[in-house]
Design a protein around this ligand. Structure first.
Ligand SMILES: Nc1ncnc2c1ncn2[C@@H]1O[C@H](COP(=O)(O)OP(=O)(O)OP(=O)(O)O)[C@@H](O)[C@H]1O
Length: 236
């Protein structure tokens, strides 16, 4: 049994359907990436897992138990924590205060605390008392990841953590994802930066127009397969 599974999950905004019956499974300790173009439904899917958009109870199982439709503040206590698109830090709080807020979602100790976050992201220790808004984009992304880890999740959800960052900074952020996985945390990420996603993930799912068009291990997939799955076209 996989740690996290979706079963024919659907996401609606009023009458508009963004996700059409998607099955995804994530094994404990895996890093899985969802790739796809703008509007493919990646964030809608991730937000359903985080309890931000509604879903049916059986549509999401964690450790085999239905958790779909659980509100976001409860979902994090069940073990699913989100690094949201755009970081969404609290601008009036310091770096450390932002991190400490993440600990409100902690119900089990899986080894993540302030010391461990500062070990993963040493610059944040130096900047601990600064307002989060004074940090660079990459450092703010570190705070957002650290805040989610402070909840000690079973599964860390990351939404477009490369967004707006220079390529060298993206590399650093993804090196941290590898480290997070190495420390035993399961990661499910949504990413438009293909090389970042393929470099970090054990398995990928490609979404197009709210459906899965391709799945596999990065080393098994060809460029043409990915292009076809991404845009519905190929070189041929
Ligand atoms: N709050 C909302 N209300 C109505 N429609 C929405 C809402 N959020 C997303 N959508 C629509 O749902 C579809 C999927 O959007 P979603 O943001 O999930 O895609 P995405 O793959 O994450 O793309 P992006 O990378 O641009 O965020 C799009 O057609 C989008 O316009």
């Amino acid at each position: 049994m996989a740690l996290l599974e979706t079963h024919e999950i659907e996401v609606f905004y009023g009458d508009f359907q963004a996700v059409f019956g998607i099955d995804v499974s994530v094994e404990e300790g895996e890093t899985v990436a969802i790739i796809g173009a703008n509007g493919a439904g990646k964030s809608s899917f991730l937000n359903a897992l985080a309890g931000i958009t509604p879903s049916k109870p059986d549509a999401i199982t964690l450790d085999g138990k239905p958790v779909g439709g659980t509100p976001a503040y409860e979902m994090v206590k069940k073990g699913i924590a989100l690094v949201p698109e755009g970081r969404k830090l609290y601008p009036s709080l310091t770096v450390e205060e932002n991190l400490l807020i993440g600990a409100d979602g902690k119900t089990v100790d899986r080894g993540w605390n302030l010391d461990e976050i500062y070990r993963l992201f040493p610059i944040l220790k130096e900047r601990a008392k600064q307002m989060s808004t004074t940090l660079s984009g990459g450092q703010q992304q570190q705070v957002s990841i650290g805040r989610a880890l402070m909840a000690n999740p079973k599964v860390l959800l990351c939404d477009e953590i490369s967004l707006g960052l220079a390529p060298t900074i993206v590399k650093d952020v993804y090196a941290a994802v590898k480290e997070i996985q190495a420390r035993g945390t399961t990661v499910l990420l949504v990413e438009q930066d293909l090389s970042a996603a393929l470099g970090a993930a054990d398995r990928v799912y490609c979404f197009m127009e709210g459906r899965v068009t391709l799945t596999g291990r990065p080393d098994e997939l060809t460029k043409d397969q990915i292009q076809h799955a991404y845009f519905g076209m190929s070189d041929a």
